[in-house]
Design a protein around this ligand. Structure first.
Ligand code: PAF
Length: 280
């Protein structure tokens, strides 16, 4: 089995990083790893000569009302999974070192963080870009791996990497789905049986819009309406947003021409689920 080296401080990372074979692949996480994370790690191991994983529950991307201490953690299990997966370096920075006293330097992408998830979670993406920029700066990977499930996060990080001229390839790994198409998420466990059955409606609506697109529909409004119709037909589902946007800028489209991101957020009972699909 692989030797998993574990480090905490930025200085330890700098020293360990110097002897890692290149290219280095990096998977930033907040821990409590699930199949989605492991698929990113697997891909990183396949595509890189060495792999660094960070576990850091980033306080600045949570709302002040969120209970940070309630965020699930299981370091023992995470360690074991990463060792089995063949990761070389596990970095678990402390909040004190990540955000030293008097911290006031932020990395913020503007327009792209305003719609969709950004509209519901003000300040969230500022926390994400700041911590990811700090992690990238320290790890200096050639490639970094993110899940396509958080499509806006991927788009925002790609924007940041372009804007700050970071020589890092952002690799987005496909969404891992249950048999009925429901995107895997730790939140799925909050669904009761009826909600769990109804939850496949998100993917069904995306597939229906994709099928309309394949048949030649190019009006973004029509594609949104196709999705909306399917969600509103499901009595347990409450729609929060539906989007048909440009894949890179996340600007809402009138006519679909290039690479397009269909995305939506839906409540089933008290559980908020998101999903998306890319085409074009
Ligand atoms: O997707 C996540 O787990 C987090 O947003 C990330 C990228 C690790 C930054 O804290």
């Amino acid at each position: 089995m692989n030797e998993l080296q574990e480090i905490v401080t930025f200085e330890e990372l700098r020293i360990a990083r110097a002897s890692l074979p290149e290219p280095v692949g990096f998977v930033p996480t907040m821990g409590f790893l699930h199949e989605g994370h492991l698929s990113l790690v697997k891909r990183a191991c396949e595509q890189s000569a060495s792999v660094v994983v960070s576990i850091f529950v980033n306080p600045t991307q949570f709302a002040p009302t969120d209970d940070l201490d309630a965020y699930p953690r299981d370091l023992e299990r995470d360690r074991e999974l990463l060792r089995e997966a063949g990761v070389d370096l596990l970095w678990i920075p402390t909040p004190e070192e990540m955000y030293p006293p008097g911290f006031q330097t932020w990395v913020e992408a503007e327009k792209i963080t305003k719609p969709l998830e950004g509209a519901k979670r003000p300040g969230h993406f500022r926390g994400v870009t700041t911590v990811v920029a700090k992690l990238f700066n320290a790890v200096q990977p050639q490639m970094a791996f993110f899940g396509q499930k958080d499509a806006q996060q991927v788009a925002v990080i790609r924007r940041m990497v372009r804007d700050l001229n970071m020589p890092i390839e952002i690799v987005a790994s496909p969404i891992i789905r249950e048999r009925d198409g429901l995107a895997m998420s730790s939140r799925n466990t909050y669904l009761n049986e009826a909600e769990r059955q109804a939850a496949s409606v998100l993917y069904k609506s995306l597939l229906a819009a994709q099928s309309a697109y394949k048949k030649g529909e190019r009006s973004a409004d029509s594609l949104r309406r196709v999705m909306e119709g399917i969600i509103t037909d499901e009595p347990l589902a409450r729609l929060e947003y539906i989007s048909c946007a440009d894949y890179d800028s996340l600007e809402e489209l009138t006519v679909v021409s290039g690479k397009t991101l269909l995305s939506l957020a839906v409540y089933l009972g008290r559980t908020r689920l998101i999903d998306n699909l890319v085409f074009g």
